[in-house]
Design a protein around this ligand. Structure first.
Ligand SMILES: CC(C)(COP(=O)(O)OP(=O)(O)OC[C@H]1O[C@@H](n2cnc3c(N)ncnc32)[C@H](O)[C@@H]1OP(=O)(O)O)[C@@H](O)C(=O)NCCC(=O)NCCS
Length: 191
């Protein structure tokens, strides 16, 4: 079992494991229509959400977290360890996908950027992963900007590769960062 990355401070936030008594509050945040408009999954099914978030503290691959601002759960960070792709002999569990949602009343204060940086710190500095990826709809400009501010590279712009419930087929973007790029950014103080 890898070292647990939480709790950890990142900017104004404390990133921590979810508590059983706040799952309903977290579900309400995840299912806020303003929050999920640009999410691939536009509705979290309550029982599955409860099961997944209660299992997080003991999971060997799901290192998702609550973003806590002065004692209030204002966001969710997603960090799932996955395999890359490759031929037999490939090391497994060397990369992760990250994501985030913040409560609308705290948008525009740099908190998602703090959260994304905290997820990258956990992935590279604590879990020792090799590569981290994140995706967003191309028109989710705030999210693309967060990933760029956190230091990730845009690797792909997929033309009409993503389905949006209101808009139909739209463009999607894929961002990534490698461990040595993260270390170089950290060493010059830009991570
Ligand atoms: C996307 C989201 C996480 C951003 O959270 P946030 O805390 O407001 O993000 P930050 O304040 O750290 O940074 C936002 C950046 O986007 C910019 N931005 C916001 N809206 C923008 C827009 N419409 N066009 C261009 N840039 C925009 C901000 O100016 C800021 O950049 P700056 O610091 O260079 O000025 C938040 O809006 C959210 O939770 N949205 C719903 C869920 C979601 O979309 N999650 C991501 C799925 S991929």
């Amino acid at each position: 079992m890898p070292t647990a990355p939480w709790p950890a401070r990142s900017g104004s936030l404390v990133l921590r494991d979810p508590r059983p008594d706040e799952i309903d509050e977290l579900l309400a945040l995840r299912n806020d229509p303003a929050v999920n408009r640009w999410m691939l999954k536009t509705h979290a099914e309550p029982e599955a959400f409860r099961r997944e978030w209660l299992a997080v503290p003991d999971s060997a691959t799901d290192f998702s977290c609550v973003a806590d601002l002065d004692g209030r759960a204002v966001g969710l960070g997603f960090l799932d360890v996955v395999d890359g792709m490759g031929q037999p002999g490939m090391p497994v569990g060397t990369q992760a996908g990250i994501g985030y949602v913040l409560a609308p009343d705290v948008w525009g204060r740099g908190l998602a950027t703090d959260l994304a940086r905290g997820l990258l710190t956990a992935a590279f500095d604590v879990l020792g992963l090799r590569r981290v990826t994140a995706g967003c709809y191309a028109d989710n400009h705030a999210s693309a900007r967060v990933l760029e501010k956190a230091g990730m590279r845009r690797e792909q712009h997929g033309v009409q590769d993503s389905w949006h419930a209101e808009l139909g087929w739209v463009d999607g973007c894929e961002y990534a960062l490698l461990a040595h790029e993260w270390a170089a950014r950290r060493d010059v103080g830009t991570a």
